[in-house]
Design a protein around this ligand. Structure first.
Ligand code: SAM
Length: 290
C-alpha cells in the first residue's frame, strides 16, 4: 500500500498545548522511549545540559522530564530538581527509576505529574530546562508564546530557560526527498529492552512527511516488540506532528512571553542547537496570575 494511503488511517495528532492527555499518554511509551533515547548525540546533549546547569543556587525545573533522564542525573550531581510531565506512564517510569538512587539523592527530586499550562510553581526556579525538541510540539506561534509564558512564570528574574532544536533544518527534507517524491523512511532495532520480566528487541520504522508551507513534520512510527523466538508480540503505531521553529522564531515568541534575550549557544553538541533565554521582570499581570 502506498504510504499516502497508510497516512490516511491516522487522524491528525493534537498539539501539546491542547487538552490531548490521551494522545501524549499514547505517544510516549516509557520503554520504547528509553530504548530509542540512547543514541550518541542524545547522550552528548544530556552531558551538555549537566555541564550548563552546573551547581546552581536555586532549584531546577525539568519540563517534560519524561522517564527522568535529566532529572535523575541532576539529582546525582547534587542539584535540587523538579521533574514535570503530563504523562502518567512516563512519570511512573521515572519514579520507578529514581527508587534505585540512594535516599539522600532521591530527596533532591520532586516529581509533578501535570500539564505545563496548569502548573503553578510552588517556588521559583533559577533554571528551567526542556530537553529533546520540546518546543516543536507547539504548532503555532500563539501556542509557543503561551508555553513560553508559563515557563517564564516559573523562573526568577534573570533566570535561564534552556532548550534545544534537534530535528533537522527544513532544507534537508527536500534534499533527502529529491527524486523519489516519497516520504523519508527510517528504521532501527534495539536489543535487550526490558519488558516486564522479559527482554525483547524493539524494531521501529518511521515515515516522515514534511509540509514546507506549514513547516510541520509529520512522522508515523511503527514499533514492534520481538521476543527471543523472533515472534512479534506487540505492534504499536504512533503519529507525531512537530513544527520546525527557527531560533529566530523562538526568540520572537520568547520576547512576547517576557524573556529579554535569547541566543544559540556556540558549543552546542553537533547537529543540535541549544538555546538559552533569559527571563525578564514579571509583569503586574503575571504577578496577579501567580
Ligand atoms: C520527547 S519526551 C522528552 C523527555 C525528556 N525531556 C528527555 O529528554 O528524556 C517529551 C516529554 O514531554 C512531555 N510533555 C509534552 N508536552 C507537555 C506539556 N505540555 N506539559 C507537560 N509535559 C509535556 C511528554 O509527556 C513527554 O514525556
Amino acid at each position: 500500500m502506498p504510504i499516502t494511503n497508510i497516512l490516511r488511517y491516522f487522524p491528525p495528532a493534537r498539539s501539546a498545548g491542547s487538552d490531548s492527555e490521551s494522545w501524549f499518554t499514547n505517544f510516549y511509551n516509557p520503554i520504547l522511549f528509553d530504548a530509542g533515547a540512547g543514541d550518541k548525540a542524545n547522550e552528548q546533549l544530556l552531558d551538555y545540559y549537566l555541564w550548563l546547569v552546573g551547581n546552581p543556587t536555586h532549584p531546577v525545573l525539568d519540563i517534560g522530564c519524561g522517564t527522568g533522564r535529566l532529572t535523575l542525573q541532576l539529582a546525582k550531581a547534587g542539584v535540587r530538581v523538579t521533574g514535570l510531565d503530563r504523562s502518567d506512564e512516563m512519570m511512573r517510569h521515572a519514579k520507578q527509576k529514581s527508587r534505585a538512587l540512594p535516599r539522600s539523592t532521591r530527596r533532591l527530586i520532586s516529581f509533578v505529574k501535570e500539564e505545563l499550562h496548569s502548573y503553578k510553581m510552588p517556588n521559583s526556579y533559577g533554571i528551567a530546562v526542556a530537553m529533546d525538541d520540546f518546543l516543536t510540539h507547539f504548532l503555532t506561534e500563539d501556542e509557543l508564546v503561551t508555553a513560553l509564558s508559563r515557563i517564564h512564570l516559573c523562573l526568577i528574574e534573570g533566570g535561564l530557560f534552556l532548550t534545544d532544536l534537534r530535528i533537522k533544518d527544513p532544507r534537508s527534507f527536500s534534499q533527502r526527498r529529491s527524486g523519489s517524491g516519497h516520504p523519508v523512511v527510517a528504521w532501527d532495532v534495539v536489543h535487550g529492552v526490558r519488558k516486564g520480566m522479559k527482554s525483547v528487541s524493539i524494531a521501529s520504522q518511521s515515515w516522515e512527511d514534511y509540509c514546507h508551507e506549514a513547516r510541520v513534520l509529520r512522522s508515523v512510527h511503527v514499533f514492534e516488540s520481538i521476543d527471543s523466538q523472533g515472534r512479534v508480540n506487540e505492534r504499536r503505531y504512533k503519529t507525531l506532528r512537530q513544527r520546525l521553529h527557527s531560533p529566530e522564531e523562538i526568540a520572537t515568541a520568547g520576547e512576547r512571553a517576557g524573556f529579554v534575550s535569547s541566543k544559540v549557544l556556540d558549543q552546542s553538541p553537533q547537529g543540535t542547537r541549544v538555546l538559552s533565554l533569559v527571563a525578564g521582570r514579571r509583569s503586574g499581570q503575571e504577578e496577579a496570575a501567580r
